[in-house]
Unconditional design. Structure first.
Length: 150
């Protein structure tokens, strides 16, 4: 059902929190809006006592999410891509690994970058992964049901 992305996967709901996430990484993630709600700690000067205009972009924030499985799959396609910011990719990889370790190995196995999902790289400037044997193996594993123990 996860690979086919049938509508019932929108009923699988997950909640997680990043603590100490760089503000600019949080901005990358908050751009995703379908099937996900974001709750990011405020930087309002009247609430924090810190001049917001003086805050750096790497100011740590707490970023909490509630999302369905469809949103997690969709976000994975963008944020696991090698063209995504390394810091943002690493934050998303932590979520996928947490899914794997906490009873959702099938969902984690379906979290792949766009190139693996499509079978080719749709980016304007490819990282080159789609021309490797590792890419072919990743596509084959995904198409064979994304079984985490294969």
């Amino acid at each position: 059902m996860l690979l086919a992305e049938h509508s019932p996967i929108r009923q699988l709901i997950f909640r997680w929190k990043w603590v100490g996430l760089k503000s600019w990484v949080s901005v990358h993630l908050v751009r995703h809006k379908f099937g996900i709600d974001h709750f990011v700690s405020t930087q309002r000067s009247d609430r924090t006592g810190v001049d917001r205009n003086a805050s750096r972009q790497d100011t740590p924030v707490t970023h909490e999410c509630i999302a369905n499985a469809q949103a997690i799959l969709s976000i994975s396609r963008k944020r696991l891509c090698m063209q995504a910011s390394p810091e943002t990719r690493e934050a998303w990889k932590l979520l996928v690994e947490a899914l794997r370790e906490n009873g959702q190995p099938e969902l984690a196995a379906c979290c792949v970058p766009e190139c693996v999902y499509r079978g080719f790289c749709p980016e304007f400037k490819s990282c080159g992964f789609a021309k490797t044997q590792a890419f072919k193996a990743a596509v084959a594993a995904y198409r064979n049901g994304a079984r985490p123990n294969d």
